[in-house]
Every structure is written in structure tokens, then in C-alpha cells.
Design a protein around this ligand. Sequence first.
Ligand code: HEC
Length: 192
Amino acid sequence: MTHRTFRSVSALALGLMVAAGGARATDLEPMAATARDASAQLLELLKSTVTKATKEKGPVFAIETCNEKALPLTAELSGKLGIDVGRTSHKLRQPKNAPDAWETKVLEDFQARVAAGEKVEGMESYEVVEDADGKSFRYMQAIPLGGVCYNCHGDKIKPDLKAKLDELYPEDQARGFLPGDLRGAFTVKMKM
Ligand code: HEC
């Protein structure tokens, strides 16, 4: 756990745990582990889907496949695991991945941490949050832009891919990233 994560978790934990009966930040670690695992499963599922589509029919087809399947596959995995897992970003492609208030705050925190020199890889944040749905454990893990991602999210997208993205995502902001940049985050919500 990074120093920074501990601080943000403990600050909230101190505030909320009075109501929760004195649980400490370390008590959240098992839920964080579950959230990490769900994030890894979603990464694997989407990565294998894109890789397979690219191998079969090339990158334009892979974009279409992402467009059609990323959200349904994400919903399916959430159903299977019994917790909400998904993706969001400060620079969106799919409008349905828009961050809510808590996610927006964490994305801003991630950007500040990156600006302060922290590595994107392994960056995370979690806390217990109370909103209109009641109390939940919420977790986010930063997603770094990798080499293969650059083709569809980078600063030199090939014309045929760019045309397909323009067609499917007229308000696409998820371009112009460089390898290692903060692309977005996995986000997990577990009812408590
Ligand atoms: C073949 C093109 C392609 C590749 C390669 C690709 N993406 Fe994407 N990405 C997309 C498309 C299309 C969407 C929108 C999916 C949807 O409509 O649900 C997307 C959505 C996302 C989102 C969700 C947030 C948002 O803006 O909607 C994240 C995060 C993301 N991509 C990260 C990555 C990362 C990290 C990699 C590399 C491991 C990667 N992408 C590789 C095309 C691609």
C-alpha cells in the first residue's frame, strides 16, 4: 500500500468508521484484494477479446468488436462476480463509462499523483463511501497506456482506424496518449 493511498483511506476510514463500529483501514484489505482480482479479470477478458479480433480481422474490426462487446462483457463479468466492476476515464471514449462524483475525485487525485512523479502502474485508491445507494466499498486502479493500446488511443492513429473511431465515437477524447500515460481506471463498487 502506498503512503498516499494509506492517507486517503485512513482519512475517510477515521471519519466513517465511527459509524461502522471502529473498523480500521487494514480491515478493508480483503475487499481491496477482491477488487484487485475483479480488475485483473476484466483486463484479461477485454485484452483477449481485442487480441483475438485483431488477429482474426484486423484493427478496424477490433474497434467494432470493442464497441459492441466491451460493455456487455463488463456487465456479464459483474453479474458473475456479484460486484460492480467497470472502466472509466478522465478522457472518455464510451460516454457510458462516464465517472460519477466519487470516481471523478479519484481520477483527479490520480492525475495529481502522476504529476507529482508517481508511477501509473499499481496506483490505486479505495475507501468506504456512503451515497444514495447506501454504504459501499469503492476501489479504483489506474490503467497505464501500453504499447498495443497506442494504436487506438495514441497520438498517431492510422487513418482507417481514425475514420472508424470518428464514426462510432463522435465525441471521443481518448486519443493522444503516450505509452505509460494514465489512460483511465478500473472501478469497483461493492455493497456493504
Ligand atoms: C482496437 C482498438 C483498441 C485497442 C487496441 C485498445 N482500445 Fe481501449 N478502447 C477502444 C474502444 C473502441 C473503446 C470503447 C469501448 C466501448 O464502446 O465500450 C475503448 C475503451 C477503453 C477504455 C474505457 C474508458 C473509455 O474511455 O470509454 C479504457 C480504460 C481503455 N480503452 C484502455 C485501453 C488500454 C489500456 C488498452 C491496451 C491494453 C486499450 N484500451 C487498447 C479501442 C481500443
